[in-house]
Design a protein around this ligand. Structure first.
Ligand code: DUC
Ligand code: ZN
Ligand code: ZN
Length: 502
């Protein structure tokens, strides 16, 4: 039994360990078959020398938007997934988005499958965005989707075409508890945002900077507390996506201390970018549109520091890109927010690209040095192993261990990366025409990305090596709770009180 590939001379990092230098990875039929020393070679065995560098599991980006109807100028599956592998991500979880007018989700799921089929460079799955959770969808269609490997939903508390009211949220949470799907929530208070937006508009404050003014931290704070309360009441695990504010994050931390199964995600933009970026440049004030995303970029470096604390101390379970691509210089992209020379932030499509830069940005701050912001193991947890567990990919994705898919990132040894890498749009592989991280230096970049034992990214020899149809749809199992557990009593209720009605 020979190996197809042996990766030698590296330092393997998993969610729990940094192994000794030189443990080899033996790969057969796309899977890791063993870790060991002096693995037997055959003439047909390919050898990759990691040159003493770190090897981490292929990235699992559990929050990307590709080929969605509401961002037609950004990435399709070809460009989005190509960008993923160029930055070390081997699995993406994207969205199939139900329209409010649809009373079945099956056609929309089928449509999103079609968009991705044979178009992806990396493995992929779908979350379902539920905007009209009718009883028949929840009772008949959700079990079917779960059996087909779509085991998570995203709910919105804001955005008119997407948002659910509290009673709808409660009903979906109760279904989630009964059926075992994972629930992601976009938590911002819709009415606060609408009120401020209308008043800003009336006062003529419509340029991109006012996007941040229209969605203050208190809107995230209130919605976060509310959804945690609804999840506590219904005893349902949730993950609050793209968190940006310390005041909101503290509710998560407090819930976790009580062992409630409340998870949270943050994204690169909330660790690195501030609202001043929304002011654009001298040359082009509208350029601030490039950084319009929701929740918005916050004002103070202390806000970034707070998110870094959540990264390091375990409050966040996942670190995703929320890659939400809209071309800047396109009438149907970010320029929708500019009409007859007037800037109107409320018409700017929300989102920033980031699927390719996610891993290098965070890896730059991971390490064993005193001033590292997070450990290497924590890097793996956040970017790969914990999203895999939460979204039903445990045992297949997110670790370097026998039986797992051979998805790897091989970084550069520090000796070959003294100057780091400057992030430049011209070197990225997405379909968008900018990166918000232009000019930033990261310490390292994936030298190789390996997907199921095949090299799909070789930075020095041709770059993208994978094929557009190499990525396969991942039929996911039910996710597992990573933080806390179900079965906790509700604050202020009698023991077992919920049993009267639940
Ligand atoms: N916010 C979202 O909720 N979705 C996509 C992009 C964004 O900024
Ligand atoms: Zn969102
Ligand atoms: Zn999103």
């Amino acid at each position: 039994m020979g190996f197809d590939l042996i990766v030698t001379n590296g330092i393997i990092v998993t969610a729990s360990d940094v192994l000794s230098h030189g443990i080899e990875i033996g790969i057969k039929d796309g899977k890791i078959s063993c870790l060991g020393t002096c693995l037997p070679r055959e003439s047909s065995t390919e050898i990759i020398d990691a040159k003493g560098a770190y090897i981490t599991p292929g990235g699992v980006d559990s929050h990307v938007h590709f080929a969605q109807d509401n961002s037609p100028t950004g990435d399709n599956w070809e460009t989005g997934s190509r960008s993923a592998i160029g930055g070390g991500t081997t699995t993406v979880l994207a969205f199939a988005s139900q329209r409010k007018t649809e009373d079945s989700v099956l056609p929309c799921v089928e449509e999103y499958h079609k968009r991705a089929k044979d178009q992806s460079y990396c493995d992929y799955g779908f979350h379902l965005i539920l905007t009209n959770p009718t009883p028949s969808i929840m009772e008949a269609e959700m079990p079917l989707l779960i059996s087909q490997g779509i085991t998570s939903v995203k709910l919105y508390m804001t955005y008119e075409p997407l948002k659910l009211g509290d009673s709808q949220l409660l009903n979906v949470l109760m279904s989630a508890r009964a059926l075992g799907f994972t629930t992601m929530v976009h938590a911002e208070n819709s009415d606060i945002i609408s009120l401020i937006t209308d008043r800003l508009e009336a006062a003529g404050h419509t340029d991109p900077f006012f996007h941040a003014i229209s969605r203050p931290q208190i809107a995230e704070n209130e919605a976060t507390y509310r959804i945690i309360s609804l999840a506590e009441l219904t005893d349902t695990p949730i993950l609050i996506v793209h968190m940006s504010s310390e005041i909101a994050m503290k509710h998560v931390r407090k819930a976790q201390t009580r062992m409630l199964p409340i998870h949270a995600e943050t994204c690169p933009q909330y660790l690195f970018l501030l609202s001043e970026r929304l002011k654009g440049t001298h040359k082009d004030k509208f350029e601030g549109a490039k950084c319009v995303c929701s929740p918005p970029l916050r004002h103070d470096p202390k806000d970034l520091e707070a998110m870094w604390r959540g990264i390091a101390n375990g409050t966040f379970t996942t670190f995703s890109s929320d890659h939400a691509p809209s071309t800047y210089d396109h009438a149907g992209g970010k320029k929708l927010g500019m009409k007859d020379g007037v800037m109107r932030y409320r018409n700017i499509p929300n989102g920033v690209p980031g699927v390719e830069t996610r891993l290098p940005l965070l890896f730059s701050f991971a390490g064993r040095e005193k001033d590292s912001k997070l450990s290497l193991q924590r890097f793996v947890q956040l970017t790969s192993s914990d999203p895999a567990k939460l979204y039903g990919l445990e045992g297949t994705k997110g670790s370097i261990a026998p039986g797992y898919d051979a998805d790897l990132v091989i970084w550069y040894p520090e000796t070959e990366m003294k100057e780091g890498v400057v992030i430049e749009q011209k070197n990225l592989h997405h379909g968008v025409d900018y990166t918000p991280y232009e000019g930033m230096t990261v310490k390292n970049w994936p030298r190789f990305t390996i997907l199921r034992g095949k090299t799909v990214w070789d930075r020095e020899n041709g770059g993208i090596m994978g094929k557009m149809n190499a990525g396969k749809f991942l039929q996911r199992g039910k996710g597992r709770i990573v933080a806390g557990k179900t079965g906790q009593e509700v604050n202020g209720m009698l023991t077992g009180e919920r049993n009267y009605w639940y």
